[in-house]
Design a protein. Structure first.
Length: 251
């Protein structure tokens, strides 16, 4: 029996189907956070390897990524400094220049933007990564990875402190200003009090290994969104790897 496409129905038309990126979404419908949701998301990503692309190097991919909720317990244990209650700080993994001195200058510039928007830099965490398994092309373009933590208590008075969606909006403004005012090789996959994105110029199975913290049982979420990219109209770069910050994208 040969495969037949679904017949047209409602807004669906089989002529619109095209091969493209692979996406998957795992969620606990009752909102129960667990590490198993993260693991299931990463398993889905590995199963989407056929939807991603690789060139002459089997260990350099068009991009793969994971979006989860901020794993507060894990970050609280590894940050190296005290954090406010969950939801009262925003965090994101910054792609910075590979040169340490340039990365320091970039972090300082990001801190000044955050301060000007009424946020306080609690601290920076050097991300532990294992890039031994990625290809030469990906490694040549690889940024350095530092995670920033921003507090909403940046005003002169305690009443000026922000949290929740007010903090989310301020973090959004900081991220957009970083994108538009600083150099091209400074980038935030996400900057949020709610979610965090791990991604890179990788093949699907390698995401869980380069960011070794993803295997920690304290990395818990009630949702996981993953994406394996097949580039069709842009060159490979670490920032253009999925996943995106709010939506799944296919095609």
């Amino acid at each position: 029996m040969t495969w037949q496409p679904r017949p047209p129905e409602g807004l669906y038309d089989p002529t619109f189907e095209h091969d493209a990126c692979g996406v998957a979404f795992v969620v606990d419908m009752k909102g129960r956070r667990s590490h198993s949701i993260v693991e299931r998301g990463l398993d889905c990503l590995c199963n989407l390897e056929h939807r991603g692309a690789a060139g002459s190097e089997s260990n350099t991919g068009d991009g793969a990524g994971l979006l989860i909720q901020v794993p507060d317990a894990f970050y609280r244990a590894v940050a190296g400094f005290d954090l406010p209650p969950a939801g009262d700080y925003a965090t994101g993994i910054a792609f910075l220049p590979a040169d340490p001195a340039e990365a320091d200058r970039a972090a300082d510039a990001i801190g000044k933007i955050a301060t000007s928007e009424g946020l306080t830099v609690i601290g920076w965490r050097d991300m532990p990564v294992d890039d031994s398994m990625i290809g030469a092309t990906a490694k040549a373009a690889e940024p350095s990875f530092r995670q920033v933590f921003l507090s909403g208590a940046g005003g002169a008075r305690p009443d000026d402190a922000v949290s929740g969606m007010a903090l989310e909006r301020k973090a959004f403004v900081v991220r957009k200003r970083v994108e538009h005012e600083l150099e091209e090789d400074i980038y935030f996959p996400s900057l949020s009090a709610r979610t965090i994105v791990y991604k890179g110029m990788l093949t699907s199975p390698r995401l869980r290994h380069i960011f070794d913290g993803l295997g920690d049982d304290r990395v818990q979420s009630d949702l996981a969104l993953v994406d394996s990219r097949f580039s069709t109209n842009t060159f490979l770069r670490w920032p253009v790897a999925p996943a995106y910050r709010h939506i799944p994208h296919h095609g």
